[in-house]
Design a protein around this ligand. Structure first.
Ligand code: MEV
Length: 425
């Protein structure tokens, strides 16, 4: 972001949009779209959900200062919570000397065909393993276009699972690893699963319990790392080394205590969900996969790992990230398409890399505040504007009431009401 007389956060909404456009992040068309934020067309809204009665608005902002794999990124975030975007931008600024680096080895999503009442389960398992070629043919027939594009069924794994608590029932589960290219892929996977299920039932002489994708996408993991020199962590109260050590301790603690892990991870998801929503992806699917991955060691743990190497704080976050850049809601939501353009990503893998970095930055911001000045100072300062609006401030009154609230040692709605009355006098 080039230097402006006013900092980005001090600009009006229209000035911010002009800045983004003049710096080449936003096309003229998308600038116009963001200025108007028009409602979805009636038929689009009606086609997305059932019993549609209205459209619900959430604010969108952008996080700044991100360098991801050497490329500067402006991050669109849709979120209702104050301080998420400011904290994220600030974290990215502190980490900007080395930026964020990602690793994504593959992106195959997982579908399950779950069979029950299979008479000779061990033999059936082996039989499936010797019929992988037939499954590949059936998968291709079920969804030719994804195979034509180089995706589709890539691998088959089979497991026997037994219920030890209630019924001693055994299940034979066939896991299908499916490449969905740039689509989120739910429909592709479920179509392929339903295409192969009759054959599997016939082959095993069992019964199908269900065929459905899994949100625990362990074959679509993305890892983000950052390396922050101690010098960039120094505050007026703490040395960089001290702060780094406390952040490491905070991440160790989040692996030990599920009560803390839940909150630690909620902070990470503040960032992740905001981008997932802004790009028209499914935050529930991403959440489900992330929390399942956080429990992979048999205990629910904090998702990030912070460590120290020489004179740097090193952060790491690895999560399944099954997001898409085409298909589903993405293709019919104009704002989602505009946000993908703003992000300058065209593939699902690029988007996944960005999202994981935002999660890591958000966690860094939260831990840095928590182990130093505490979370309330920054949070309440940004909460001042909402408080002003809640008590009825309008237009310029909002900033004026918020400014006076920030200067005051306490901040509550009674004081905000008083301040508003004084201003109006
Ligand atoms: C608040 O939305 C998120 C935090 O609670 C995260 C954390 O505690 O790590 C600040």
């Amino acid at each position: 972001m080039t230097k402006q007389t006013k900092k980005f956060y001090q600009q009006t909404r229209l000035e911010r949009l002009t800045t983004l456009t003049s710096e080449g992040h936003l096309s003229e068309n998308n600038q116009a779209l963001f200025i108007d934020s028009p409602l979805l067309k009636e038929d689009v809204a009606n086609s997305l959900i059932e019993n549609q009665i209205s459209q619900f608005h959430l604010p969108q902002g952008v996080a700044l200062n991100f360098t991801i794999d050497g490329e500067n990124k402006i991050i669109p975030m849709v979120v209702e919570e104050p301080s998420v975007i400011a904290a994220c931008s600030n974290a990215a600024k502190i980490a900007s000397r080395n930026g964020f680096t990602t690793i994504l080895e593959k992106r195959e999503l997982i579908g399950q065909v779950i069979l029950k009442q299979v008479p000779c389960i061990e033999e059936a398992k082996q039989l499936i393993e010797t019929h992988v070629d037939t499954l590949l043919v059936l998968a291709k027939e079920a969804h030719p276009s994804i195979h034509q594009r180089g995706g589709g069924l890539k691998e088959v794994r089979v497991s026997i699972l037994e219920d030890h608590t209630l019924t001693s029932e055994q299940f034979l589960t066939v896991y299908l690893m499916i490449e969905t290219k740039d689509a989120m892929g739910a429909n592709i996977i479920n179509t392929i699963l339903e295409g192969v299920t009759p054959f599997l039932v016939d082959l095993t002489k069992g019964t199908a319990l269900m065929s459905i994708l899994s949100n625990f996408n362990t074959d679509a993991l993305v890892k983000a790392t950052c390396q922050i020199p101690f010098d960039d962590l120094t505050t007026s109260t703490y040395s960089g080394k001290e702060l780094a050590q406390k952040i490491v301790e905070a991440s160790i603690y989040a692996k030990l205590d599920p009560y803390r892990a839940a909150t630690h991870n909620k902070g990470i998801m503040n960032g992740i969900d905001s981008v997932v929503i802004a790009t028209g992806n499914d935050p529930r699917a991403v959440e489900a996969g992330a929390h399942a991955y956080a429990s992979r060691n048999g205990r629910y743990e904090g998702m990030t790992t912070w460590s120290i190497d020489k004179k740097c704080l090193i952060g790491e976050l690895t999560l399944p990230m099954a997001v898409g850049t085409v298909g589903g809601a993405i293709s019919v939501l104009p704002m989602a398409k505009a946000n993908l353009e703003l992000l300058n990503v065209s593939t699902s893998e690029e988007l996944a890399r960005v999202i994981i970095c935002v999660g890591l930055a958000q966690n860094f911001a939260a831990l840095r505040a928590l182990v130093s000045e505490g979370i309330q100072k920054g949070h309440m300062s940004l909460h001042a504007n909402s408080l002003a609006i809640q008590v009825g401030a309008e237009n310029e009154e909002i900033e004026e009431v918020a400014r006076l609230l920030r200067e005051s040692p306490i901040m509550n709605s009674a004081l905000a009401t008083n301040l508003l009355e004084q201003i109006r006098k």
